[in-house]
Design a binder for this molecule. Structure first.
Ligand code: PMP
Length: 398
C-alpha cells in the first residue's frame, strides 16, 4: 500500500474513537450474554409503521432514481416550516439543504466556515464525533472546556480565553450532559461570535427533548441569522436514526455552497427516504411528543432513583441521557464502565468518550423499557456504593 494522507490517519487523533465500550457490549450481546445496553443514543422503539408505509409506497411508486441533490422541495419546505414555527425566524426552502443525518450537516457546516488550518472551537464535553468531524475538513479542532462546577456550560471567561478561530460549535440541549443553555447564556455566546466575526454552528438534534422550559435556537437572537448554521435531523425527534435524514439551515449563500458540496459527496439522499421524512414532519409536534414521551418519563424516574440512592447526578432538564459523577469511587469513567459491564452486564458510556471535562462521569442512555432501566439504575447505584466504600446512607462526595 502506498502512503495514506495525514488527514485521514489523524482523524481520531491517534486515540480511541470513544465507542470501545459500546462495541464490547454489542459483542457480548451477540455471544448471547444478557447485557443491558445503555450506551448509544438510539430509541428502543422502531420507526413508526405509517412512516415506513410511506417509504415503501414511495419506493414501489418509482421514487428510486437519483433524487434532487439539495433535497426534495417537499422535505425542504417541511423542514423550513418546522424551524420557522419553533424559532420564529423566517426560514424558506433556500435556507435548507438536506444532508445524510445531522452528522453530515456538521461536516458541511465546518467546510463552509473553515479553511484548512483554521481553528474551529467546540465545547468539551462534546458528542464523540465532533473533533474528528472538524479534522475531516482540514480545520484544527480546539476544545473550550465547560467545567462540571459550572453545569458544563462555557463561561464568558472560557470563551474569551479561546484562541482566534473561524467557528464555534455548540450543542444545546447537550449530549452527553443534558445541559440546556439559557437565553442569557446564548446571548453571551452570540456576543462573542459577533465581536470576533465568527460562525456559530448550532447542533440542535435534541430540540424535542427539553423536559422543562423551552428549546432556544441561537439563530433567533438579534444579529445571528447571518452567522449561524443549524444542524438538525429526524434521528432523535422521529426515531429515524437509520434513515439518515438531516439538514443544515443557514443564510442562502452558505446553503448554496452546501448544496455544491452535496453534489460532490453524497449526490443527494434516496427519494423514498425523503418522502418518508416529509410525511414524518407533516405529523407535526403530535408525533414528536409521542417519540419524546418515554424519555421524559424515564429521565424523571432515573433521576429520582439516583437521588434517593445518594448518587451525584449532573442536574439536567433535557435529553435521553443522565450523567452521573462517579469520582467518589476513585475510578475513571472508563474503569467504572468497564467493571460495571464485566461484573454486572450493564453497559454505560464513560465520560472520557466525550472529552476531558466529563472525565470521572458516566453517561446513562435511557434507551430500554422502564422496568429494565429502573433495575439497571439500581445496579449502577449499588455498584457505585460498593466501589466508593460508603454505606447506603453516607453522604456522597461532591
Ligand atoms: N449531534 C449530536 C449531539 C448527537 O448526539 C448525534 C447522534 N447521536 C448527532 C449529532 C448525529 O445524529 P444524526 O447524524 O443521526 O442526525
Amino acid at each position: 500500500m502506498t502512503r495514506l494522507s495525514h488527514r485521514i490517519k489523524t482523524l481520531t487523533d491517534g486515540g480511541s474513537d470513544g465507542w470501545d465500550i459500546y462495541r464490547k457490549s454489542r459483542a457480548m450481546k451477540d455471544r448471547g450474554m444478557p447485557v443491558i445496553e445503555l450506551t448509544i443514543g438510539e430509541h428502543d422503539r422502531k420507526t413508526d409503521p405509517a412512516i415506513l408505509k410511506t417509504m415503501h409506497d414511495s419506493a414501489t411508486g418509482g421514487h428510486t432514481g437519483y433524487s434532487t441533490i439539495p433535497g426534495t422541495d417537499g422535505l425542504r419546505d417541511a423542514v423550513a416550516m418546522r424551524i420557522a414555527k419553533m424559532t420564529g425566524v423566517a426560514t424558506e426552502r433556500h435556507n435548507v439543504v438536506i444532508t445524510a443525518g445531522g452528522q453530515a450537516a456538521l461536516l458541511a457546516a465546518h467546510m463552509i466556515a473553515c479553511d484548512p488550518g483554521d481553528a474551529a472551537l467546540y465545547i468539551d464535553p462534546y458528542y464523540a464525533t465532533y473533533p474528528g468531524t472538524i479534522r475531516a475538513t482540514g480545520a484544527k479542532a480546539v476544545a473550550v472546556t465547560a467545567r462540571a462546577e459550572r453545569g458544563f456550560q462555557p463561561s464568558q471567561l472560557d470563551l474569551q480565553e479561546a484562541c482566534e478561530a473561524r467557528s464555534l460549535l455548540i450543542n444545546s440541549p447537550n449530549n452527553p450532559t443534558g445541559a440546556v443553555y439559557s437565553q442569557t447564556k446564548l446571548q453571551e455566546i452570540a456576543k462573542f461570535i459577533r465581536e470576533r466575526d465568527m460562525w456559530l454552528i448550532s447542533d440542535e438534534v435534541y430540540d424535542t427533548q427539553v423536559w422543562n422550559g423551552e428549546h432556544v435556537s441561537p439563530r433567533a437572537l438579534p444579529g445571528m441569522e447571518a452567522r449561524t448554521l443549524v444542524a438538525g435531523s429526524l434521528s432523535k425527534s422521529h426515531a429515524m436514526t437509520g434513515s439518515r435524514i438531516g439538514w443544515l439551515v443557514g443564510p442562502e449563500e452558505a446553503i448554496t455552497h452546501a448544496i455544491n458540496l452535496a453534489t460532490h459527496t453524497t449526490y443527494g439522499l434516496p427519494g423514498f427516504l425523503q418522502d418518508a421524512g416529509e410525511f414524518a414532519l407533516q405529523q407535526g409536534s403530535a408525533l414528536e411528543d409521542v417519540i419524546a414521551a418515554p424519555f421524559r418519563r424515564r429521565h424523571k424516574a432515573v433521576n429520582a432513583i439516583f437521588s434517593r440512592e445518594n448518587l451525584n447526578v449532573v442536574p439536567s432538564v433535557a435529553t435521553m441521557y443522565v450523567m452521573v459523577d462517579i469520582r467518589g469511587t476513585g475510578m475513571t469513567g472508563t474503569e467504572f464502565a468497564e467493571a460495571l459491564l464485566d461484573e454486572h452486564l450493564v453497559a454505560v458510556m464513560p465520560g472520557e468518550s466525550f472529552g476531558k471535562a466529563a472525565a470521572g462521569h458516566v453517561r446513562v442512555a435511557l434507551t430500554v423499557d422502564d422496568a429494565t432501566l429502573e433495575q439497571a439504575a439500581m445496579v449502577i447505584a449499588e455498584f457505585y456504593r460498593n466501589r466508593s466504600g460508603s454505606s447506603q446512607t453516607a453522604e456522597m462526595p461532591v
